[in-house]
Design a protein around this ligand. Structure first.
Ligand code: CA
Length: 322
């Protein structure tokens, strides 16, 4: 399994290890999975090609990294102002989402599976305060995928860098700001040493849905029980990672505030409203980019509008009441 993460990086890399260990143990060693961190076998952003070509049989990463291969993949990584982890899982497993994802990857000989959720991320680390939309203009920020397009429309300059390069880029001023994940991961990278202001909410990633990808020919060659072990292990990894983030983000947030004096700030309402307007336009354009993209867009947003109605009177009402 080649991965887009540093080996054993908290949450993302350990999630890949968890998945590999589940498969190896549940199969009684009939199917062993060895994990390679980014750059150990292939660079982070060559994972998709490596599994597609059969150089590796399996990969662990995030779908939005592959927008250059298949723009439709972006619906399955993170959608700005889109669905959270619980909604995303509901759509994928019970709302037709996973079938659409399989359709996107089929031409590449790849089988995708959700294999980890981060939950709502943080908005990122900034070297200056964001007080109005004007502060976004000219801002060079590491922010991948669709959210990068949103930032661009708001006047910023998005950059895509692998996680391991963020600290140096931020500290040397190559970038003015970066998002990564949330307190748990951002503390591990030491980003608090390179920027003072830590903004919320992560409008750009209401969850990152991480993926396991399997070479379809390698998957088809497995007997039924091993295929089921791979799929069930991915489902277990999907839930395991979400729980790991929930448990560790709160601890890391406390450390950032109490030990490192990180300033936690919310984006101004007009900045969020501006991003949201651009996000709707970006998603609409993506939906018009192909026949398949149109079907995914309709499925995703139909589902999201219905879960919003339900969440208003369930999770949201409850969180406000307790
Ligand atoms: Ca992120």
């Amino acid at each position: 399994m080649v991965t887009t993460w540093p080996k054993n990086f908290p949450g993302l890399g350990t999630g890949a290890e968890f998945l590999a260990n589940q498969i190896t143990t549940m199969s009684g060693g009939r199917l062993t999975v060895k994990v390679y961190g980014a750059n150990e076998m292939v660079p982070a952003f060559e994972v998709f090609d490596a599994v597609s070509s059969g150089t590796a049989q399996m990969g662990h990463g995030a779908a939005y990294y592959w927008k250059g291969k298949a723009p439709e993949a972006q619906f399955f990584g993170a959608v700005p102002f889109g669905m959270n982890a619980a909604e995303m899982n509901a759509w994928l497993y019970h709302g037709g989402g996973l079938s659409l994802w399989e359709e996107v990857y089929r031409p590449f000989g790849l089988k995708p599976m959700p294999a980890g959720q981060t939950g709502v991320q943080m908005g990122g680390w900034f070297n200056k305060e964001i007080n109005s939309v004007d502060d976004i203009k000219g801002l060079v920020m590491r922010i991948p995928g669709l959210a990068g397009d949103v930032l661009s429309r708001a006047g910023g300059t998005p950059q895509v860098l692998p996680g391991a390069e963020l600290f140096t880029a931020l500290q040397t001023g190559t970038i003015d700001a970066t998002e990564w994940v949330g307190p748990y991961n951002d503390l591990a990278f030491g980003l608090y040493q390179a920027a003072q202001f830590y903004y919320y909410p992560g409008w750009h990633e209401p969850t990152a849905c991480l993926e396991a990808i399997v070479n379809q020919a390698a998957f088809d060659a497995l007997p039924n029980d091993l295929q089921q072990i791979v799929e069930t292990s991915a489902m277990a990894a999907n839930q395991h990672m979400l729980s790991e983030y929930m448990a560790n983000n709160q601890k890391a947030l406390e450390t950032l505030q109490k030990e490192h004096q990180t300033q936690i700030k919310s984006f101004p309402e007009d900045v969020l409203a501006t991003f949201k307007g651009h996000a709707e336009a970006v998603m609409a354009e993506l939906g018009q980019s192909s026949e398949l993209a149109g079907r995914i867009h309709q499925s995703y947003f139909d589902f999201a509008s219905k879960t919003q109605q339900w969440l208003n009177i369930s999770e949201m009402a409850y969180l406000q009441a307790r």
